[in-house]
Design a protein around this ligand. Sequence first.
Ligand SMILES: Cc1cc2nc3c(=O)[nH]c(=O)nc-3n(C[C@H](O)[C@H](O)[C@H](O)COP(=O)(O)OP(=O)(O)OC[C@H]3O[C@@H](n4cnc5c(N)ncnc54)[C@H](O)[C@@H]3O)c2cc1C
Length: 365
Amino acid sequence: MPERCAIVGGGLAGLVAYAALRRGGVEPGEIAVFGEDPDPAAVWRRRAAAIRQRRMRSESDGHCLPSTFPGLAVRAAVRRRSVRPLLASLLDRYHPTVAEFLDHVERVRERSGWDRSFRPRKVTRVRSVDGGFELDGDGPFRHVLIAPGHPGLAMPAELVGDARAVHAYEPHDYADEVVVVGAGMAAATEWLNALAAGASVVSVRRREPERRPLNLPRPLFTRRGLATFHASSDADRVSALRRWSAASYPPGPEWDEPIVAAAREGRFRVEASVNGAAQIVCATGFLRGFRHDPLLRDLVAEHGLRTVESWIAVDADSTVPELTDETRTLALSGACAQWAFPGADTLAGARYAAHGFLRRVKLSR
Ligand SMILES: Cc1cc2nc3c(=O)[nH]c(=O)nc-3n(C[C@H](O)[C@H](O)[C@H](O)COP(=O)(O)OP(=O)(O)OC[C@H]3O[C@@H](n4cnc5c(N)ncnc54)[C@H](O)[C@@H]3O)c2cc1C
């Protein structure tokens, strides 16, 4: 059977979409996955290793399978023959280790048939043609999901080219005094890493971080919270998305106690700007918006897609309305799909987009 479906982007969001298609009965021979590395965790693994992340921020449902339940807590309970992961999960306190999560990714990769569909190639152009979409002349594919991840790391303009500066998601060790710019999860992880390595830490931040377990308020991962978001005007959506993008990291003594102890010893302080420290770790996240990604920029320009500021205005199911009908689908997943799902850059967000995509694929059978 000819390939009907294509996934552009071989990262975690691509894997989640692939697993959903497979669960929906689509065969590996009917799907082409275009990506730069056959390991779907390649990009994620490097970044998590750079900040020495040990546990996931997400909970039991932070996985790559199509159904939320059973999640990673149930699997851990079975594996360890213990109810503790389940009890922790009931209290929203189950955070799998990074090693457990990466094992899980590897299993989904193997069992789903991912490698049979993978094509090691970067796609530079998506074009609407009769019968679907051409990807750099390949195709046409009737259903395409674009999941290119973040378009790059964000560095403060004044630190670009400064030999002391390294992005938190690039490999690095710690000098005796470390300035950490930013105040989100990566920054908080880096404060603790540098302190544990014996360094003094100066935290440079524009405003006080919010403290919440997930990267967005929990209601935004529910049907009701999403319905409210989808019903709001463009202007309200933009201001909400901006508000939710403020830095945050989880509450809890495991985060607070090392900081309080280090502050007492004079090894942790907050400042408003970068001083003369030997090392500056920029925990400043990613470039934001479709204009930073050449593929998305070209897609918007070539097909006249509606955008609102830096967002592509996808429908509530993450599909691009101008290029989707009962015969074909163009969907977005990951960070670029935030107009449909504020927490698009999470595994739950990738699953949301994957379900929308699969529904469309099934409709056109
Ligand atoms: C350190 C860290 C920890 C995180 N922890 C969590 C967590 O605990 N829970 C959670 O839910 N989320 C977490 N996230 C967020 C989210 O799960 C990740 O950002 C995830 O990697 C997003 O997957 P993605 O596929 O969108 O992007 P990526 O994993 O970056 O993959 C995108 C892939 O697409 C490829 N690509 C890009 N453009 C093209 C093109 N034109 N053609 C072909 N291929 C292309 C890239 O090479 C890359 O392989 C975390 C993120 C980071 C950085």
